[in-house]
Design a protein around this ligand. Structure first.
Ligand code: ASP
Length: 333
């Protein structure tokens, strides 16, 4: 081959490679977000004739608020915080206002958040006066040397960081009081039907490819002795790593803690190289179910694919992506 021909071929190959790389850069990056509002037995009769319209509307509003952040070029962390904050404000869900009540009739809130880009994480447990526990979890992540703060210490930190504290009564609704009464009288179990449900969470992938996950809850009705569930535990209820996936869980926390559910799903994706859908199915439908754990997860992988997997009859959930997909659903069908 003459040197001219070689140079020509080299130039050709280089320019094709550069052109392809440029085209890839120009490809719109998939943005996606998923949210949940709790999983469990959701009796159709409890949702009323409109099929839970109020729940669907609240989920839709939180989903769209989170998606709008991504669409405006915002980070996945801001998107999940925005969606979770909206659900914390809605008394229908077991997070923030409308949280389920402890044995003593008060609200004790847990929340956590994780940044898939840096593996930074923040969590708070047993807080009683912070309107948006997810904001405090994020502040722990971004503005303290720690990952998890509990109870009075977490609230002292909140005060020092300028959070306005609210009385515990702010969180307590008549519905949750009635539900606690029924459990105390032995007429219901803590995770019976809608009574104990409504933990909220969000996962997202932003246009730069960063993943984030966030979860917030009041825990379980009639909880005692400072009981903490999976929601504020990094790896159990919440996990995010750009290399694999971001997960937010909801369900019977004791089982989710022992199965390290969120991390297990991401580890399967990373180590076994299987798809997020396969990993989530394996953990939620096989491992967790065999151990008696009931509930579900929402997750997003590095490419923005979303998976909503649950082994209970229903999970309040939603997803929205830049491919035009938008879904709000409650039951498996
Ligand atoms: N996982 C939460 C907890 O155990 C409850 C739930 O998701 O319904 O605290």
């Amino acid at each position: 081959m003459s040197s001219h021909l070689r140079t020509f071929l080299w130039l050709l190959v280089t320019s094709v490679t550069l052109a392809t790389a440029h085209a890839a850069d120009q490809e719109p990056k998939m943005i996606s977000i998923a949210i949940h509002g709790g999983a469990g037995v959701i009796a159709r009769s409890q949702l009323g004739e409109d099929g839970g319209l109020a729940y669907r509307e609240a989920l839709g509003a939180a989903l769209d608020a989170g998606y709008a952040v991504l669409e405006a070029g915002g980070s996945s962390l801001d998107a999940v915080s925005t969606a979770v904050r909206a659900l914390e404000d809605n008394p229908l869900f077991n997070a923030g206002k409308g949280a389920v009540l402890t044995h003593d009739g008060s609200a004790e809130l847990d929340a956590s958040i994780m940044d898939g880009a840096t593996l930074a994480a923040g969590a708070v447990t047993g807080v009683r006066h912070v309107r948006h526990p997810i904001d405090l979890a994020r502040r722990v992540m971004e503005d303290s040397p720690h990952v998890m703060l509990s109870g009075a210490g977490a609230e002292e930190f909140a005060l020092q960081r300028g959070f306005t504290l609210v009385p515990n009564e702010y969180f307590i609704t008549p519905t949750r009081k009635r539900q606690l009464e029924r459990v105390l009288q032995g007429r219901r179990t803590p995770r019976n039907e809608l009574d104990g449900l409504g933990t909220v969470g969000a996962v997202a992938r932003d246009a730069t490819g960063n993943l984030a996950a966030a979860t917030s809850t009041g825990g379980m009705t009639n909880k005692r002795w400072g009981r903490i569930g999976d929601s504020p535990i990094i790896g159990a209820g919440t996990y995010a790593n750009n290399a694999s996936c971001a997960v937010s869980a909801t369900g019977h926390g004791e089982y989710f803690i022992r199965s390290v559910v969120a991390y297990d799903i991401c580890a399967l994706v990373e180590y076994r190289g299987i798809s997020l859908a396969e990993a989530a199915r394996e953990v939620v439908q096989n491992k967790l179910r065999e151990r008696g754990g009931e509930g579900g997860i929402i997750a997003v992988d590095a490419k923005g694919n979303i998976v909503l997997e649950f082994n209970s009859p229903g999970m309040f959930r939603g997803l929205r992506t830049s491919t035009g997909e938008r879904l709000i659903a409650i039951y498996a069908d």
